[in-house]
Design a protein around this ligand. Sequence first.
Ligand code: FAD
Length: 394
Amino acid sequence: MDYDVVVVGARCAGASTALLLARQGRRVLLVDKAPFPSDTMSTLYIHQPGVTRLARWGVLDDVVASGCPPLDTISHDIDGLSLTSAVPAVDGVSAAYAPRRYVLDELLVRAAVAAGAEFTDRAQVRELVRRDDRVTGVRLRTGDATATVSAGLVIGADGMRSKIADLVGAPVLRSAPRASCVYYTFWRGLRTGFGFHERPGRWIARIPTHDDLTVVAAYMPQAEFAEARRDPEEAYLSAVESTAPDLYEQMMAAERADRLRGTGDQRNYFRTAHGPGWALVGDAAHHLDTISARGITNAFIQADLIADAMSGVPTEDAASVDGATSGFARTMADTLEGPYKSTLELAKLRPTKTRLRMLHAVAGSPELTSRYFAMVSGVIGMREFMTADVVDLL
Ligand SMILES: Cc1cc2nc3c(=O)[nH]c(=O)nc-3n(C[C@H](O)[C@H](O)[C@H](O)COP(=O)(O)OP(=O)(O)OC[C@H]3O[C@@H](n4cnc5c(N)ncnc54)[C@H](O)[C@@H]3O)c2cc1C
């Protein structure tokens, strides 16, 4: 066996999985077909459970040193309310971050390599190697060269359009229709901080990142995507102007720093995430509407879960590997069910009366507002948020 594990895809899911498995002393090969460092579509925000993992893995200091600004307050404007609070502190980390992906993914890859993983970019997996019904390796294409690599476990961290999922025929277990679409770009010199503006049919996010830039994203219903595509600039700017006029005014006085990007391919699914000799992590395993900005955090959670499941499991022992990946898939689906459900609800862009009543109720109390944001960030669950005092207010 050439490696214990081959991880296909080296961004937030793959690089962090490789990092944790390499730290277990395993021989890990991490490959990506893209050149690194490189960018990918994202509005960049990492929730607290993701940031605390970066801190635990020793990567957060590098993110901070890269000049990524800390996001220590959060605001949410909706229905005449303006909720503002400090970003919830967890494990001594009291800021969130939104690093550029060509910074974050590269730092994770470097950490994986420092932990002993081998990394090759511009290397594409086109086929799997099998013995009977078991995946035992990959065929890699790098430039004109093709190589066969054997491994005890092949992990597909290759995104929503996963080739590995395709090759193993991993079925979608559950899915929901696309609900939103999004356009975003970067603005230099905004002084708006981190937050959201919401009204029926619109969700605007402003997220400060490196180089004095702020991502401003406009989410609209999927039903409007065909119309928005005809004139994305107009759709984007009028969504911001009609939902967050103060932000729009600042944008008009600021420097636009990039082209507009957008997508309507907002899939919602859980795939079967394990099988004989293989597993899926990150978007390959589970994707949800990007409106809740959960993808990176979910990728880190999955990396932790698969590393925990594999801890102490010898990769030569096929039955134990398959038992571990099956356990990972179960725990992953349970852990990510809550954020999935709340994201599906949010992505409808139809704030319910109950939710508005709850927001009006918590707005009067700094403590409850802070707890509300802790729930949104995934620091506490719905049950911990809905304590007797909140229920009484409702
Ligand atoms: C518009 C938009 C906004 C978003 N905003 C946020 C946000 O604010 N916060 C957040 O947390 N998430 C956000 N997301 C989601 C987030 O970007 C993804 O969830 C995250 O990138 C998933 O990481 P991943 O590592 O699973 O997959 P990816 O980032 O998709 O990486 C997969 C990698 O696999 C490689 N690959 C694919 N096929 C092969 C192959 N055959 N061989 C070798 N390599 C291969 C690719 O080159 C790629 O580098 C957003 C997404 C979009 C589209």
